[in-house]
Design a binder for this molecule. Structure first.
Ligand SMILES: C[S@@+](CC[C@H](N)C(=O)[O-])C[C@H]1O[C@@H](n2cnc3c(N)ncnc32)[C@H](O)[C@@H]1O
Length: 341
């Protein structure tokens, strides 16, 4: 399944590389820098819409049909998940999408692609809106703004101009319903990444996709939320990865392949991967960029994917895509069933 928001730094183009390294099964899947959550949605698989999911949400909007719950769990390498992001609008959107998809679809269908309306909606103060209206505002702006970019100023106010799309799909009702099913057993948290990583237990899988270490001073894009992501944050993140490894948590982290990143993660196992880049307003600066995937297992050092330093032994891993047959690597020990919560 594809993400339902457009997101700078979204991982759709690197999915093959990422999926190849996700252990299966895992306890809880945790994504502390969720953004568009491309890996989460890919792992959730292509959820068929059971008829019942198309009915209006039950009042109180919390209860979901247990049939749907079972279906999602059997499609995924995990039973439970946790998505966290510092962006409150984004997490409000996912929460409303999970709990009241039909309310969100109704609210979104009232919008149309119109520049004047865009700036009117942009000027609204999200904190003053009810959750459904706030989620619909977020999704409308995300679908119609320039380059699908979510950028805020120092005061935390969204400041991206109107986009140049001809006929953007403002409300893809079935995609939203499917995403709602995928989120049915997901805990959603607004906050710093450590609020999520602190909850990880042995056998859980954490995918960390932070704002990257800048390739140069001007190349950094870290304005997803006010405050940016500084070198102090990068150090804090590395220290957290050290703690996750010590606790027996499977964690994988993406970052730009820079001398700074190589130094930060020097005593971890890492893989070089090539990622197509597309976030640059003038179009210059597009092109492939090298990234590093750092993992909490394997031999320290930077590897090309394939031989040593692969996924943890005795754990079945996904090959290319979620639908692909499951392959067993490093079968020296028999695959153990990992406990789920
Ligand atoms: C590179 S994006 C993640 C992209 C995502 N993997 C995807 O597939 O779209 C980084 C995300 O981290 C969030 N973020 C920035 N600083 C954060 C922090 N200290 N704690 C948690 N999230 C943070 C941003 O709001 C942004 O959504």
């Amino acid at each position: 399944m594809k993400p339902v928001v457009k997101w700078a730094g979204g991982k759709s183009k690197l999915l093959g590389e990422l999926l190849a390294r996700v252990p299966d099964p895992v306890g809880t899947y945790i994504e502390p820098f969720a953004g568009g959550a491309a890996l989460f949605f890919a792992l959730a698989g292509d959820c068929e819409l059971p008829e019942v999911a198309q009915l209006p949400a039950v009042s109180g909007a919390k209860k979901r049909p247990s049939r749907a719950k079972k279906r999602i769990a059997s499609n995924s390498p995990f039973a439970h998940s946790l998505l966290c992001d510092r962006n409150e609008d984004l997490i409000t959107f996912y929460t409303v999408l999970r709990d009241d998809p039909e309310g969100l679809i109704r609210a979104l269908s009232r919008f149309k692609h119109d520049e004047e309306l865009y700036y009117k909606v942009r000027a609204q103060e999200p904190e003053r809106l009810k959750p459904v209206a706030r989620a619909a505002r977020f999704s409308f702006l995300n679908r119609t703004c320039f380059n699908g970019l979510w950028r805020v100023n120092k005061k935390g106010l969204f400041n991206v101009p109107f986009g140049r799309y001809k006929n953007p799909k403002i409300c893809d009702a079935d995609a939203l319903r499917r995403a709602s099913l995928a989120l049915a057993q997901t805990e959603l948290t607004v906050g710093d990444f450590q609020t999520a990583t602190h909850k990880a237990r042995p056998g859980d899988f954490v995918y960390l996709d932070p704002p990257y270490v800048p390739l140069s001073k001007s190349a950094a894009f870290t304005a997803y939320a006010s405050g940016g992501f500084t070198r102090v944050d990068q150090d804090r993140l590395r220290d957290e990865l050290v703690r996750l490894r010590a606790r027996g948590v499977y964690a994988m982290l993406s970052n730009a392949d820079t001398p700074e990143t190589r130094e930060l993660y020097g005593d971890f196992c890492a893989f070089e991967v090539r990622a197509p880049r597309a976030i640059n307003a003038r179009g210059s600066g597009r092109g492939d960029a090298n990234e590093l995937l750092v993992v909490t297992w394997g031999e320290p050092g930077v590897h090309r994917y394939g031989v040593e330093g692969g996924p943890p032994s005795s754990v079945r891993v996904r090959e290319e895509a979620p639908a692909a047959p499951i392959q067993t690597l490093n079968v020296a020990e028999p695959a153990k069933k990992r406990s789920r919560r």
